[in-house]
Design a protein around this ligand. Sequence first.
Ligand code: AQP
Length: 329
Amino acid sequence: MKTMITGVQPTGNFTLGNYMGAIKNFVALQDKYESYLFIADLHGLTSYQEPQKIRQTILDLTAIYLACGVDLEKTNIFVQSSINEHSALGFLVAFQCRVGELSRMTQYKAKKQTTGDGVDLGLFIYPTLMAADILLYDAEVVPVGADQKQHIEITRDLGERFNKRYGDIFQLPNYYTPPLGQRIMNLQNPLEKMSKSAPEDDKGTIFMLDDVEVTKKKIMSAKTDSANIIKFDEENKPGISNLLTILAILREVDTKTLEIELKDLNYGQFKKIVADELALFIIDFQSKYQQFRDEKKLQLILDQGTAVAQKRAADKLKLVKEKFGIDFS
Ligand code: AQP
């Protein structure tokens, strides 16, 4: 059976973008693959995290995964830092990655601009650790949002380079981005992606665990345009297109169908429909989340997922070390 993997950092607050861009699609595909879903706490450490809070945020994210529909019969959930092979392979990958390749990464370039006093090396080499996360499991498919496509592409390039130098070691991965929802935009600035590192009071970000009344208000005050025509046109009508995308994903229809159905409504009426349907979805999500979070099984779930992933990662790292000529066990 082929393998699928993806991860989310246990930082900030899980957003509608994280759900629609990545985890919803992972859940939809989990039947078809040997599936691994990890909590990317090492990636999270590319910015300072309060040490006392990390354990709780990891358990929160585990419950979020389950509330999104992750099925433990089909998916192994684990914490990245509990498997040392990620760091070990990340190191080896970084050694043969070019500075120029990493300098071209859009995410790095964007973050560099907002970091006044220099960029941590962790942020610069983030894609090499991400490549290790994927290559370690020979994953064929990685469901991600659009912002991560470039990192999967560099993972392929690096995997190919190793395969050429050392003989076939790694399966080369492909990203899976959904036709709709690969880039859910900030409601107040629909030219920017919705991001979970946004401040808690950001009016443009739907946090999945926020009070549902706050969420409804955010939809009602979403920035649109003045034309009052409900049409999917990301270039000229980014705000309306973003709302159409959200509603289309909730209803599992395409945006054309919605355009026809909603054509006689004004923007206020349209937003009310989106707000109400999103609220119903989020109420259901939050009730599942609370149930999983209150159960005392989360650590056990992580331990079980880690045991399965650990075996696979250890076998792979051993093979890599053999191929590199540094396996002396
Ligand atoms: N707005 C989005 N639309 C679609 N997919 C998204 N993803 C993130 N935002 C959107 C996807 O979610 C997965 C987890 O990514 P992450 O943990 O890096 O979350 P983030 O929201 O991107 O986090 P940050 O810390 O707020 O990052 P920056 O600062 O880069 O915005 C990934 O598959 C991602 O593509």
